[in-house]
Design a protein around this ligand. Structure first.
Ligand code: NDP
Length: 331
């Protein structure tokens, strides 16, 4: 039987308030997009989740389509909730999303009320839960009126099937509009999930200011650029790496010499700070006031341990920040 580590909540500074809400999230959250599906090793996935929970990671992020096959990550996590985590539901923040293609026909995609509420019911069945903590619209849908999509999120909360709602991949204009509609409906937006990392900084200029003004937390996804902002590819492309075995979203040709030149220099800087490159990349994100938590992925428990170690050094000198900018700006 799994007994979580008694020390898991030893560091209160590991939790940060999400925007202006009452909810605290761990600085490191774990996403189950890759390595938790039906084609992956269940025992490895289980070991990663256990290690994360032992380290105080209370937030686990899913979506209807995570797998492969779609839905299997929720099924696998549901199995862990029934076994290892059965006595810990109230210590967990479980999120799921709908917005991408999930089932055939006109009602299994995008942002209609029909799709979102049916998808949430399906997710709850796969997870074996009565409610999720956060329900997201996964991507904007410009064809459906925003009132309908936000109305579906608000309904999910009113019906008790979600505690909070979030937006993902919305740009700053779409976010401002959605947030206003949610507020009118009496269901404030808790959190926004954008792609954001040292190699992809699109949210900085316009999205983060909206989140700051509205009191919404930011949870960057792919904070390690799917593994590029780690030491994973310094000695070639390992066969067990994402680029080496799962070409869906990170292919060998994405591991370019130009990126490696930058990440090797960033790695030197990280070493001088007493950190791994992954830790420095996460600390840099957490140095933004709107960022509540970073949403990592992992293929082994040791990676979660390394990422959790980020909290040992979250501070940057102005010289270090300038050095990072210089490395990133180089051609
Ligand atoms: P990351 O950028 O954190 O990449 C994770 C990968 O980096 C791991 O699989 C592993 O690669 C490598 N890695 C992690 N930690 C370390 C370490 N300490 N040392 C060396 N390598 C390391 O995030 P993901 O791209 O996996 O995305 C994270 C989560 O974000 C997803 O699970 C999902 O929940 C969410 N997400 C949301 C999206 C949205 O549209 N809302 C889109 C994409 C993701 P390897 O497997 O090669 O070992």
């Amino acid at each position: 039987m799994y007994l979580p580590a008694a020390s898991r909540y030893a560091n209160p500074a590991f939790y940060r308030r999400c925007g202006r809400s009452g909810l605290k999230l761990p600085l490191i959250s774990l996403g189950l997009w890759h390595n938790f599906g039906g084609t992956d090793s269940y025992e490895n996935a289980r070991a990663i989740v256990r290690r994360a929970f032992d380290l105080g990671i209370t937030h686990f992020d899913l979506a209807n389509n995570y797998g492969p096959p779609p839905g299997s990550a929720e099924e696998n996590f549901g199995r862990m909730l029934r076994t290892d985590l059965v006595h810990h539901r109230d210590e967990l923040i479980v999120s799921t999303k709908a917005g991408y293609d999930m089932w055939s026909g006109p009602y299994g995609d995008l942002g209609s009320r029909k799709y979102l509420l049916a998808s949430l019911d399906q997710s709850l069945r796969r997870l074996g839960l009565d409610y999720v903590d956060i329900f997201y619209h996964h991507r904007p849908d410009t064809e459906t009126p925003i009132e309908e999509t936000m109305g579906a999120l608000a309904h999910a909360v009113r019906s008790g099937k979600a505690l909070y709602v979030g937006l993902s991949n919305y740009d700053h204009t779409q976010t401002a509009r959605a947030v206003a509609v949610l507020r009118e409906l009496g269901t404030p937006c808790l959190i926004h999930q954008p792609r954001f990392n040292l190699l992809d900084r699109w949210p900085e200029a316009e999205l983060l200011p909206v989140l700051e003004k509205e009191g919404i937390g930011c949870i960057p996804f792919s904070p390690l650029a799917k593994g590029l902002l780690t030491n994973r590819y310094f000695a070639g492309i390992p066969s067990d790496s994402r680029a080496g075995h799962d070409p869906r979203f990170l292919r060998p040709e994405h591991v370019t010499d130009a990126i490696l030149a930058k990440t090797r220099q960033l790695d030197e800087l990280a070493k001088a700070r007493g950190q791994t490159l992954a830790q420095m990349a996460l600390a840099w994100l957490l140095n933004h006031t709107t960022v509540t938590t970073v949403l990592i992925g992992a293929s082994k428990p040791s990676q979660v341990e390394d990422c959790a170690g980020t909290v040992a050094n979250l501070q940057f000198s102005s010289g270090e920040l300038a050095a990072i900018e210089q490395i990133l700006a180089a051609d």
